[in-house]
Design a protein around this ligand. Structure first.
Ligand SMILES: [Zn+2]
Length: 185
């Protein structure tokens, strides 16, 4: 998905779909292919997200964040949509894309994710990005209460709760005595 378009349809903003490639990167999935090593600096992106999440009315936080962002020195480029996309060979539209300066194998990818993260912060969706407390996987929480990546992790967390374990032991004891007495009779 293009970051922006010089002309063309109005940009629709949907936090969840926009966050998808960013989540893949945060989960380290963009560098997993052997041929695609070091496409993005996962650690930097995680730092960026946590800084954006702490960005409130504090002037200091924005100062620190902007200092961090100085690593992304880039040049705007206009590229035709048909480039590298045979299906769109008749597409007359062009897009603006930021290319990171320096001799890089992947000059566009990480910067595109940085811009996505900033846009999520601006639109108030940045706190939806969170880590599952059980497996540490990054997710897009649709509701404030959504903490876990899956029902499985939610269950793991519930089972590790001492109150739940105590309740289970109590039930096991009751079950034991119930059946023991039955056998005696
Ligand atoms: Zn999980």
């Amino acid at each position: 998905m293009p970051i922006d378009k010089i002309r063309g349809q109005k940009r629709t903003f949907q936090g969840e779909s926009q966050a998808k490639p960013l989540l893949r990167a945060l989960n380290g999935e963009m560098n997993s292919d052997a041929k695609a090593k070091n496409v993005v600096d996962t650690r930097s992106l995680r730092v960026l997200v946590s800084r954006l999440q702490r960005l409130g009315t504090s002037e200091y936080q924005s100062y620190a964040l902007n200092r961090f962002l100085k690593r992304y020195v880039a040049t705007p480029m206009v590229l035709p949509n048909y480039l590298g996309n045979p299906e769109r060979k008749d597409d007359p539209e062009w897009q603006l894309i930021w290319s990171r300066n320096g001799d890089r194998n992947h000059p566009f990818t990480e910067l595109r994710l940085v811009i996505i993260a900033i846009e999520l912060a601006i639109s108030g969706h940045i706190h939806a990005l969170r880590q599952c407390p059980v497996c540490n996987r990054w997710i897009y929480g649709r509701f404030e209460q959504q903490k876990f990546c899956s029902a499985k992790c939610k269950d793991v967390c519930r089972r590790s709760d001492p109150a739940w374990q105590e309740e289970r032991r109590k039930r096991a004891r009751e079950y034991y005595w119930l059946h023991k007495n039955k056998n005696v009779r």
